[in-house]
Design a protein around this ligand. Structure first.
Ligand code: FAD
Length: 368
C-alpha cells in the first residue's frame, strides 16, 4: 500500500485526500489549524468557468464544475453545493468586454444567455430594476456557489470513515524529510516525523512554508481579497449576482456575502478590519441599491484572505522537479476545480497515469 501525506485540509487537500484514500493509498492529512481554516473558509466560492481563458484553463474549470455535480451520485445529498446559475450586468465601459466574453464562452459550448427584464424579475424578484437600467443581463445557468468548509469536511469524513484515512489537525509541517534528493516524509512543529512514499503539498498560499529548501519553493503571486457580510436580511437573493454596483450571493440564514473588486484594490493586508470601517458601510450601501428590501442594515463582519496564486496565475499541479516523492497542488479557483483536481492527482499518483489535462499546468514550468 502506497503511504501518502497530504499537507493542508482546505478544499484542495480534502479532495486529494479523499481520492487518494479511495484509490487504495494510506493517507495522513497534516493540517496546521483546522479543516477549511485557510483561504477555503474565506472565499466567494463561485463555481464557474466564466472568464478563464485560455481554453485549457477554462476546460479545467469546466471539469471542476462537472465533478461537483457528479458528487451527487456518489454522496446522495450534497448540501454544500448551491446551483441556480448566476446573473451578470456591467457598467457601460465594460459592456463590450462582457459581450465578447459571452461570445467566446458560447463558442466553447458554455451555457451563457442574454435574458429579459421579465426573466430577471422571475429569477430575483427583490432586485431593483432601476439598478440594471438599460444594461444587458447575462445568465449562466450552470454556475453556482459552494460552502467550502462543509465540502472539505464531507470529503475528509468520507476519507476517514470509508477508507481509513487519518486527519491530524494542529499539525504544522515545518520541513520535509529528505533522503538525498528524495522526499520521504514531513516533520511537524512539535517534532513528530511522518514517513511517506509521496508527500502532496496542498497548503495553498502557505505552500513554501512546508519546506526550508528554497530550491523547492514555488513562485507565488498572491492577491488580497476582502469579503463583507450582512446580518440576516429581508431579501430573497438566491444566486450569485455580479453587477455594476456590487457582487453578492447568499451566505446562509438570510446573510449576504458581498465582494467588490475596487475595494480589494484599495485595501492592503495591513488594513484594520472592522464591520464599521467605511468600506464595509459602502458595500452594504451598494447592496441596498441592488436589493432595497434589506433596509437600513449595518455590516456584520468583514474577512480577509490571500488567494493562493502561482506566479503566472495558472494552477500548479504535479511532481516537483529536482526531487522525487514530492507533488504539489496549488491553485486559484480551487473551490471550482478541487473535486476534479483531487481525482486526477490520485489517478497520477496511484493509477500511474499522466493526465494530459494537466500538461500545461506542471510546476516544472517555473524551474526550466
Ligand atoms: C476573496 C476570495 C474570493 C475567492 N473566490 C473564489 C471563487 O469565487 N471561486 C473559486 O473557485 N475560488 C475562489 N477563490 C479561491 C479559492 O478560495 C482558493 O483557490 C481555494 O480556497 C484554495 O484552497 P486550498 O485548499 O488550496 O487552500 P487553503 O484553503 O488555504 O488550505 C490550505 C490549508 O493548509 C494549511 N496549512 C498551511 N500551512 C501548513 C503547514 N505548514 N502544515 C500543515 N498545514 C498547513 C492551512 O491551515 C489551510 O487549512 C477565492 C479566494 C478569495 C481569497
Amino acid at each position: 500500500m502506497i503511504k501518502t501525506i497530504v499537507i493542508g485540509a482546505g478544499v484542495m487537500g480534502a479532495s486529494v485526500a479523499y481520492r487518494l484514500a479511495q484509490a487504495g493509498a494510506a493517507v495522513t492529512v497534516l493540517e496546521a489549524t483546522r479543516i477549511g481554516g485557510g483561504t477555503s473558509g474565506i472565499s466567494f466560492a463561485w463555481t464557474n468557468a466564466n472568464k478563464k481563458p485560455p481554453k485549457t484553463y477554462h476546460d479545467l474549470n469546466i471539469a471542476g464544475m462537472k465533478a461537483h455535480s457528479a458528487l451527487a451520485d456518489e454522496f446522495g445529498a450534497t448540501p454544500w453545493r448551491h446551483d441556480g446559475g448566476s446573473l451578470e450586468w456591467a457598467a457601460e465601459p465594460d459592456r463590450r468586454a462582457q459581450a465578447e466574453n459571452i461570445e467566446q464562452l458560447r463558442s466553447w459550448g458554455y451555457a451563457a444567455e442574454w435574458i429579459t427584464r421579465h426573466q430577471v424579475e422571475e429569477l430575483e424578484p427583490d432586485i431593483d430594476p432601476a439598478t440594471i437600467g438599460d444594461a444587458p443581463v447575462a445568465f449562466f445557468p450552470e454556475e453556482g456557489w459552494l460552502d467550502p468548509v462543509v465540502y472539505a469536511h464531507a470529503m475528509l469524513s468520507a476519507a476517514q470513515r470509508r477508507y481509513g484515512a487519518k486527519v491530524v489537525c494542529g499539525a504544522r509541517v515545518v520541513d520535509l524529510i529528505m533522503a538525498g534528493e528524495r522526499v520521504t516524509g514531513a516533520r511537524v512543529a512539535d517534532g513528530t516525523q511522518h514517513e511517506a512514499d509521496i508527500v502532496v503539498n496542498c497548503a495553498g498560499r502557505w505552500t513554501n512554508e512546508a519546506t526550508r529548501d528554497a530550491g523547492l519553493h514555488l513562485p507565488l503571486a498572491p492577491t488580497v481579497g476582502f469579503l463583507f457580510f450582512t446580518p440576516p436580511v429581508a431579501a430573497s437573493l438566491s444566486r450569485v449576482v455580479r453587477t455594476n454596483v456590487i457582487d453578492a450571493r447568499p451566505d446562509g440564514a438570510g446573510r449576504l456575502m458581498l465582494h467588490w473588486n475596487p475595494t480589494d484594490a484599495a485595501l492592503s493586508f495591513e488594513a484594520r478590519l472592522s464591520p464599521s470601517m467605511p468600506e464595509a458601510r459602502d458595500l452594504v450601501r451598494r447592496a441596498r441599491q441592488l436589493l432595497p428590501s434589506i433596509g437600513e442594515v449595518e455590516p456584520e463582519a468583514v474577512r480577509i484572505a490571500i488567494r493562493p496564486i502561482p506566479g503566472d496565475h495558472f494552477s500548479a499541479v504535479g511532481p516537483m522537479p529536482r526531487t522525487s516523492g514530492y507533488y504539489i497542488a496549488v491553485t486559484h479557483s480551487g473551490v471550482t476545480m478541487s473535486p476534479f483536481l483531487g481525482a486526477v492527482v490520485a489517478d497520477e499518483i496511484i493509477g500511474g497515469r499522466q493526465r494530459s489535462e494537466l500538461a500545461p499546468f506542471r510546476p516544472a514550468r517555473f524551474f526550466n
